[in-house]
Write a protein that binds this ligand. Structure first.
Ligand SMILES: [Zn+2]
Length: 90
């Protein structure tokens, strides 16, 4: 078994680099699986749930794929430097 290698960041233009909001890892913001934190309105659909975000405002804050995966699995980080996803404890 071979561990997946992270592609080198050295060739990534500076404008496309950012630090993950959660772990601080330097990421290529164009890379598959990297995500930008946004604010917006989730529009309900007839079948239930929501599948579209309108009025999206970019936050220029990014998360790496592992951090997104952890979050999707319900991982709770300790109080973070930034209030991701607008949640608050309490
Ligand atoms: Zn991360």
């Amino acid at each position: 078994m071979s561990a997946k290698r992270r592609p080198p960041i050295a060739h990534v233009p500076l404008k496309d680099r950012a630090n993950c909001d959660q772990c601080g890892e330097l990421v290529d913001t164009r890379a598959n699986g990297v995500g930008e934190v946004v604010h917006g309105v989730a529009i309900n659909r007839q079948q239930g749930g929501a599948n579209m975000i309108a009025l999206m405002e970019r936050q220029h804050r990014w998360l790496c794929r592992p951090c997104i995966d952890l979050r999707k699995r319900g991982h709770k980080w300790e109080q973070t430097k930034l209030d991701l996803f607008g949640e608050s404890d309490g």
